[in-house]
Write a protein that binds this ligand. Structure first.
Ligand code: B12
Ligand code: SF4
Length: 455
């Protein structure tokens, strides 16, 4: 028998949030798998910037850009007690709670609700969603998965109010749960070693999709000490580049999409195995796309051929993960890139046609034991190379190799309280890197025309 399954992308509660090509990709992958198993899937997106009912509210239309990024609706809300000392407004990003409640009421026939979660420190938006579901659909089982549920599993089990918290990839556990709860037969399970066996994400459920996220791989061959990639995927698996081209062409034809954002951890690694054949195929098929890479790309692979191919294939937004110019810290954190490689990469990208402000270089800021002069030197180095420095404030992640150091360095109780993982807090600040030093760095970038990330 087919079940009615309701997917929910929850609100973000934070000091700031920006739709930087953000889509609940994992949840929509689960949605298509459930359809493939014969179920009916519906979707409430609390972050929908075009929700029709919001037009009648006094919230105005958030400013959006033609390439698919822009602002969310937002309402200022009370700060959790733990963040009271931080002198900034705290907001609920997304639709109004009464509109969400109304949408839920249209789904009285739901048999089960699946909620995703993104940043660990965005859990208050998840909890608010769960509280309202309990009021409107009191007897419907609630399942929580995603990043927060995986990285802070015990916290989520103890505090979220969900009936089931699932860590890691959701495909098999969700099908198993439907079998256990309702006796639903499992017809189709994708091969975990073949990413092309997954049906395309259920992107048709998105209201007014302007851009879509694509992933060509899972995991990463590197293991940087601050990153949780290996916790989610301990193998580096890739799709067939021709199948990725098929997917891009499919969404162009079905939903008329031109803008795509890559969510890979390692899109450019071994370019001849993915990015080169993929882009050559896209050119061969005459597909006209804009590609955006808000998640840091690898610099090491950039040469003249790849730069030209990226430029001519429509890579409009490119950010690279460089993190620091400090040689010792590069080594300690995993050695994914060296200074010389940044110099070379920028030279090639510029020859291909990219301008200084189009080459964003992420610099990690506020790592345990880091002082502000290290970040200043890194900024100066990126400028010398001819690219645009972009600060990425360190968010400590449980289970990563750097976590014990972060716990020891932080003045906040990051072990007990995920709200303190928020990158806006600079939670491993110290006497050599005060919050004021960080503000100064940000101002100096701004005064030289390097706008900070709107996140
Ligand atoms: C794309 C991405 C971004 C994008 C878009 C973010 C977005 N919300 O989509 C951008 C570039 C904006 C971004 C920004 C940042 N990011 Co980011 N990002 C990612 C990335 C690479 C991919 C996420 C993704 O969609 N994966 C693909 C899907 C298929 O996987 P999935 O969502 O996990 O879904 C699976 C399971 O989780 C599960 N599942 C999901 N939902 C559900 C629901 C149910 C019910 C069930 C059962 C299962 C389930 O099943 C799915 C299928 O198997 C992850 C790393 C990663 N490899 O996942 C980091 C990651 C989420 N980001 C991270 C960080 C640190 C950041 C930044 C703070 C970096 C910085 N310092 O500036 C910023 C902050 C953002 C902000 N404040 O707005 C951390 C998390 C930190 C945290 N504390 O939670 C991660 C994990 C990377 C890391 N460094 O380890 N990010
Ligand atoms: S930071 Fe980037 S290169 Fe390092 S492990 Fe994570 S995804 Fe891989």
């Amino acid at each position: 028998m087919s079940r009615n399954i309701l997917l929910i992308n929850p609100w973000i509660h934070d000091f700031s949030a920006y739709d930087f090509w953000l889509k609940p990709l994992g949840l929509l992958y689960l949605g298509s798998l459930l359809r493939q198993n014969g179920h009916t899937v519906r979707f409430i997106d609390c972050l929908d910037p075009y929700h029709p009912a919001m037009r009648k509210s006094n919230c105005g239309q958030p400013q959006r850009h033609s390439c698919g990024n822009g602002k969310f609706f937002r309402q200022i809300i009370a700060k959790p007690d733990e963040l009271k000392m931080f002198p900034r407004n705290y907001c609920r990003y997304g639709i109004l709670p009464e509109i969400f409640t109304n949408d839920l009421k249209q789904n009285q026939d739901a048999d089960i609700v699946l909620i995703t979660s993104m940043m660990t420190y965005w859990y208050p938006g998840v909890f608010e969603v769960i509280k309202i579901i309990r009021e409107v659909l009191p007897s419907v089982p609630i399942v929580l998965g995603g990043k927060y549920a995986t990285l802070c599993f015990d916290h989520a089990q103890k505090n979220s109010g969900a009936d089931y918290v699932i860590a890691g990839a959701g495909e098999k556990p969700v099908l198993q749960l439907l079998l256990d709860l309702f006796g639903e037969e499992i017809f189709f399970v994708p091969d975990p070693d073949n990413l092309d066996s997954c049906p395309y994400p259920a992107f048709d459920l998105i209201n007014n999709a302007e851009q879509l996220s694509i992933t060509t791989s899972l995991g990463c061959p590197y293991r940087c000490s601050y990153c949780s990639s290996y916790i989610f995927n301990n193998k580096f698996l890739r799709r067939n580049p021709l199948k990725v081209a098929d997917e891009i062409e499919h969404w162009q034809n079905i939903l008329n999409i031109k803008n795509f954002s890559f969510y890979d951890d390692a899109l450019l690694v071994d370019p001849e195995k993915m990015i080169i054949p993929l882009l050559r195929e896209i050119q061969k098929r005459n597909l006209s796309c804009n590609f955006h890479c808000p998640n840091g790309l690898h610099l090491r692979e950039i040469n003249a051929e790849l730069s030209e191919l990226m430029f001519s294939s429509g890579f409009k937004t490119i950010y690279f993960g460089f993190e620091t110019s400090d040689f010792n810290r590069q080594l300690q954190t995993g050695g994914k890139v060296k200074n010389k490689e940044l110099q070379n990469a920028v030279r090639h990208l510029k020859s291909a046609g990219y301008k200084t402000n189009e080459i964003g270089i992420y610099l990690l800021c506020g790592l345990p034991g880091q002082n502000s002069s290290e970040v200043k030197k890194s900024i100066a180095f990126v400028r010398e190379c001819g690219a645009r420095p972009v600060l990425a404030e360190y968010s400590p992640i449980p289970g990563t190799d750097l976590w014990p150091e972060a716990v020891a360095a932080s003045p906040f109780d990051i072990t007990e309280e995920p709200l303190y993982h928020n990158n806006s807090l600079l939670c491993c600040r110290n006497d050599d890197f005060k919050y004021a030093d960080y503000t100064e760095l940000k101002m100096s970038l701004k005064s030289q025309g390097d706008e900070p990330l709107p996140l």
